[in-house]
Design a protein. Structure first.
Length: 291
């Protein structure tokens, strides 16, 4: 059945599904709750990229390789399907299937559920000609994402003139004199299969070191400092980077854990605006609270 599944076309977004095509009549196996729960405990590569629809197409193949099960991520929402995704988990960590789904839902402002509905499946050959339908139920786990309002787990107080914009799994805070000043990200939840929570303590520093490479820096743990976000102790990486037209920018990057949830805070701005922006950034971060 798994070999058969690899030869069918799965319609992963409403960009691909018309009203006439929404019913295919192909039976999908309905898994028990215990089977679904077991799959949700499986650990996967945490790399995320592309749009939701693009990632979902890749995941159809990678899920089989990583878990031995055919798992499909679908949405009938154009907004969810077109949402650009960002990798949040460090390479040193493999999230559970559930942690990955929760991360995708946070980034796409949606909720997910296991939905063994045949409406997402259409059989075609490489030339686009319909093939005969499978005679047995297709053994596949379908997880549907539907738009939802996901409240942030934190609050801050903004100085006069600052504005905020919800970007999915992060909030963009802008000062009066510049389009960016502070970003606060929710970077997902983490767990330890063997119950060893000590391993999770390296998550914040691992994230800082990986983001340092993204901005063409090569920090080591010796370059990290200690900082504060509200009442939380945080790892901090600060440096100067080159922006557009080689303009020098100040870069401040904090990460910390609240229980099993990770937060990532970024503040970057031109050197000449430091006295205008950074004092306000520090005031905002001092007001950070978990709801």
């Amino acid at each position: 059945m798994k070999k058969l599944l690899l030869s069918i076309l799965l319609l992963l977004s409403c960009n691909s599904v018309s009203a006439e095509e929404v019913k295919s009549g192909i039976l999908v196996k309905k898994h028990s709750q215990s089977e679904v729960d077991q799959l949700l405990k499986e650990r996967l590569n945490g790399g995320i990229g592309s749009t939701f629809a693009g990632f979902a197409n890749q995941f159809l193949v990678s899920s089989v390789i990583q878990t031995g099960c055919n798992a499909v991520l679908v949405s009938l929402s154009n907004e969810v399907s077109a949402k650009q995704l960002m990798s949040t988990f460090p390479q040193s960590y493999k999230p559970t299937f559930k942690e990955l789904l929760d991360c995708l839902a946070q980034q796409t402002s949606s909720t997910w559920k296991y939905n063994p509905d045949d409406k997402f499946i259409k059989v075609e050959d490489k030339e686009g000609q319909k093939q005969s339908k499978p005679s047995e139920p297709v053994d596949i786990y379908i997880f549907e994402f539907t738009p939802s309002t996901n409240e942030k787990s934190f609050t801050v107080e903004l100085p006069s003139g600052w504005t905020s914009k919800d970007m999915g799994h992060w909030v963009k805070y802008s000062p009066p004199k510049f389009p960016v000043g502070l970003d606060i990200y929710e970077m997902g939840t983490y767990s330890s299969s063997d119950g060893d929570s000590i391993k999770l303590k390296s998550i914040p520093s691992d994230l800082l070191l990986e983001w340092g490479k993204r901005i063409k820096q090569n920090p080591t743990k010796a370059d990290l400092k200690k900082g504060k976000i509200g009442t939380f102790d945080a790892d901090l990486y600060e440096c100067e980077i080159s922006g557009k037209d080689d303009k020098k920018l100040k870069w401040h990057n904090w990460t910390f854990m609240n229980g099993n949830k990770c937060y990532f805070v970024l503040s970057a701005y031109p050197n000449e605006l430091e006295n205008d922006i950074y004092p306000d950034v520090q005031k905002i971060l001092s007001t950070f609270r978990i709801k």
